[in-house]
Ligand binder design. Structure first.
Ligand SMILES: O=P(O)(O)O[C@H]1O[C@H](CO)[C@@H](O)[C@H]1O
Length: 315
């Protein structure tokens, strides 16, 4: 488990505001939009104006992100024309599989809430379970399937707190209004319609990628993409009253063969002098995930920036 100080009281979380007030100019101190950068996607914050990076180590209660492709810092800045919209981005997130508690995983979202963030755009790299969502597609998430939540692993477990609802409804967790903004932004940018899809995100704990049977199971259960993050952040943001948008970048196909070829038949055919064609042995890797993030990071960045611009206009 994480060794960070596990005080999640509002006072402790809010003490970060005093630290930030000594680092940031007034106009950056009240971000309207929060961004969570997925694996290989920290370039989403690359063109913030007046950008200031604040390492997690200089704040209170933050963990350290240990995954390649995640930086341990917040980036503050402005996005869009004119005065710009003040924003804050997590350049790296925490995953439960790193050994972080779920409180640590969602902690930065709670800090964003104290800073006044109204809308959050949570991004991730994910494996596709749907042939209609090929590698490189950005998927606007409309729902989730969280097996860990269904089996007792939920960041909102614990004593009731008066400021939060005890039983949080999730039917509207993925803001309809922000999902519209995603497609309006893509239209304004003239992105081909194949760039953007819609789907359901399955959260698994990782760190193993899915076995073929698990992939088939998730697909049959209605998931479009799968990843090892995001849902805890969505739950905390929803609990904090923040509007949530999730964008998944498809970095790979989950290996989901329709069936298994009998190895007995394979060996018997070979012995009979009629060898069958070899079965391709495909494996996903984090390097592949990061490479697609690098390749498609610019499209994702332009989409996120255009969304923020539109949100700035609508107040
Ligand atoms: O969800 P993000 O942080 O984008 O990262 C994804 O990429 C990693 C696996 O390659 C996992 O951490 C998975 O969740």
């Amino acid at each position: 488990m994480s060794t960070v100080h596990e005080d999640t009281s509002l006072e402790f979380i809010a003490s970060n505001l005093d630290i930030l007030a000594t680092i940031l100019p007034e106009r950056l101190l009240k971000p309207q939009v929060g961004i969570v950068c997925g694996s290989g996607l920290s370039t989403l914050a690359a063109s913030f104006r007046e950008r200031i990076e604040v390492p997690y180590s200089s704040l209170k209660g933050f963990g350290i992100s240990t995954v390649h492709g995640h930086k341990s810092a917040l980036a503050f800045g402005l996005v869009g024309p004119g005065d710009g919209v003040p924003v804050v981005a997590m350049l790296g997130r925490f995953h439960a599989y790193e050994g972080h508690s779920l409180s640590t995983v969602v902690y930065p979202v709670r800090v964003m809430a104290r800073l006044g963030v109204k809308d959050i755009i949570i991004t991730n790299a994910a494996g596709s379970l749907d042939p209609a969502l090929p590698v490189g597609t950005i998927v606007s998430i409309r729902d989730h399937l969280a097996l860990p939540n269904l089996t007792g692993f939920n960041p909102l477990l614990g004593p009731a707190k008066p400021q939060y609802p005890r039983f949080l409804p999730l039917s509207t967790a993925y803001s309809h209004s922000l999902r519209r903004t995603v497609f309006l932004a893509a239209h304004e940018l003239g992105l081909p319609s194949s760039t953007l899809g819609e789907g359901t995100y399955a959260w698994v704990s990782g760190p193993t990628y899915e076995s073929p049977a698990e992939g088939r199971f998730l697909r049959a259960a209605g998931a479009s993409v799968v990843g090892m993050s995001t849902v805890p952040e969505v739950l905390a943001a929803k609990e904090e009253g923040i509007e949530v948008c999730v964008l998944s970048l498809v970095t790979n196909f989950v290996v989901v063969p329709d069936g298994y070829r009998s190895v007995r038949e394979e060996v018997e055919a070979e012995l009979a002098g009629r060898p069958l064609p070899p079965v391709p042995q495909v494996e996903v890797s984090h390097e592949e995930v990061l490479a697609i993030g690098k390749e498609k990071g610019e499209v994702m960045r332009s989409l996120v920036e255009k969304m923020i611009e539109l949100l700035g206009k609508s107040g």
